[in-house]
Design a protein around this ligand. Structure first.
Ligand SMILES: Cc1cc2nc3c(=O)[nH]c(=O)nc-3n(C[C@H](O)[C@H](O)[C@H](O)COP(=O)(O)OP(=O)(O)OC[C@H]3O[C@@H](n4cnc5c(N)ncnc54)[C@H](O)[C@@H]3O)c2cc1C
Length: 408
């Protein structure tokens, strides 16, 4: 159990500031205030947790039920340094925390974990009540702008604020209208920041006008998408500019990196993952008689209109080879990721080398960072919220350790 400040003189009368009221900032506040330290959260928007509420619109996938070893791998290059942080606040702890706030959870068929109400607002309301009960002060419409010469935090309205420790939890740069826009990078000029890039994003595809006009907005259900040696089952949606959706997001990191290296990336779509190649060869690679291509594909392979449209697009683009091969591995040339503003999350951020193991900035003692503003990325599936909450808890714990070691 965490010792309360009244029992720990080094925590008494200390003040901690958190900037950013997303999941990372609120979790850091809970850990610090839970030890009895006075916490103030500053948030630039008129209300707290806007991106968390937006995540709730999709059901609020809070974490995943797979084993911790597999779970850790989802953080790719960051999995090494994230491992102890995730071990300190693993998926089980997140589920217990969620249930402790009155939100019963369930595991969906894909192994993803959701609150039963499938939204964020009751969770956020209960969380704010808990924080207020711990004495946390929340100041909204307060945009942090840096430090003054005396080391006090400065805000856009001209006010300043002093604290014994600071947690920056300013988010990434996707969906900027929800508050996090990456502008914090300019406030940390001495800190190495890996470029902010779209993650879990859609990609541009040069559709023909006919295809775009007819199929923009159409879902591609029960497909498998492959890039290199990775294959993902799921769904996607055709948009006017390209393609997006779960199966595409899951391959977004290698697709983005391939495009950066080679100018484009070829995504292969299996339009009938449930049918064996041999079955499709038998059904599609003989003569189609007098049937039109679309009737033939519909009757022989059970393809939807949009899937038929994709095959026709490929043929118009000069693809040769048997129809069975096109249905099993339809090539789509991705030319660019959709912009960062439309991405679900952000890759890049404060470089690992800038942080100590407690998530304190090495060049700025007493300043911690957490959440999406750190340089890690993960697919959708609950890994984003888990990563933000776990780094928030770690930064909060780091603050307490720092306060214990330093004088007011
Ligand atoms: C549509 C959508 C759906 C999603 N669904 C899921 C999901 O189901 N599961 C999942 O795991 N993840 C999901 N995510 C991702 C998840 O919501 C984010 O990863 C998470 O909210 C990031 O938390 P954070 O605390 O790091 O940053 P944020 O939640 O972005 O919070 C940062 C806060 O800092 C504030 N701020 C920024 N700059 C300043 C400043 N200068 N001064 C004061 N305040 C400032 C911002 O206003 C913001 O409130 C989704 C994201 C989107 C966009």
């Amino acid at each position: 159990m965490t010792a309360r400040a009244e029992d720990r003189p080094e925590l008494k009368h200390r003040r901690v500031t958190i900037v950013g009221s997303g999941p990372a900032g609120l979790m850091a506040a809970e850990v610090v205030a839970g030890a009895g330290v006075a916490v103030t959260i500053f948030e630039r928007m008129p209300s707290v947790g806007r991106k968390l509420l937006m995540a709730g619109r999709g059901g609020l996938n809070i974490t995943h039920s797979e084993c911790l070893e597999r779970f850790r791998e989802r953080y790719g290059e960051a999995s090494g340094w994230m491992a102890p942080i995730l071990a300190g606040f693993p998926p089980r702890a997140l589920i217990d925390w969620c249930e402790g706030l009155g939100q019963r959870t369930f595991v969906g068929s894909s192994g993803r974990v959701f609150p039963r109400v499938m939204k964020a607002s009751p969770l956020l309301r209960a969380w704010i009540r808990r924080l207020e009960g711990l004495g946390v002060r929340i100041v909204t419409r307060a945009q942090w702008t840096g430090w003054d010469e005396a080391g006090a935090l400065t805000f856009e309205d001209g006010t300043t604020h002093r604290a014994d420790a600071l947690v920056l939890a300013l988010g990434g740069a996707s969906w900027p209208k929800l508050g996090a826009d990456g502008s914090w990078a300019a406030l940390l000029p001495d800190i190495e920041i890996a470029p902010l890039r779209p993650a879990n994003c859609g990609f541009e595809v040069k559709w023909s006008v006919i295809f775009r006009n007819r199929f923009a907005g159409s879902p591609l259900k029960r497909i498998a998408a492959s890039l290199g040696d990775r294959t993902v089952q799921g769904e996607a949606v055709i948009t006017a500019k390209g393609i997006e959706g779960g199966a595409v997001y899951a391959l977004a990191t290698p697709a983005r990196e391939t495009i950066a290296r080679e100018g484009s990336a070829v995504l292969r779509i299996d339009l009938r993952p449930d049918l064996a190649v041999a079955t499709l060869v038998e059904r599609l690679d003989g003569s189609r008689g007098s049937a039109s291509l679309s009737t033939f594909l519909r009757k022989q392979a059970g393809l939807s209109p949009v899937a038929i449209g994709l095959v026709q697009e490929a043929l118009h683009a000069g693809e040769t080879g048997p129809l069975s091969a096109l249905v099993k591995a339809l090539p789509l040339r991705l030319t660019a990721p959709f912009g960062l503003a439309r991405a679900i999350s952000t890759a890049g951020g404060i470089a690992l080398a800038e942080l100590d193991e407690r998530l304190m900035l090495r060049r700025r003692p007493g300043v911690f960072a957490a959440g999406e503003m750190l340089d890690w990325e993960a697919p959708t599936g609950g890994y984003l919220l888990q990563g933000c909450l776990a780094t928030g808890a770690a930064a909060g714990q780091g603050v307490l350790d720092w306060l214990r070691k330093t004088r007011p």
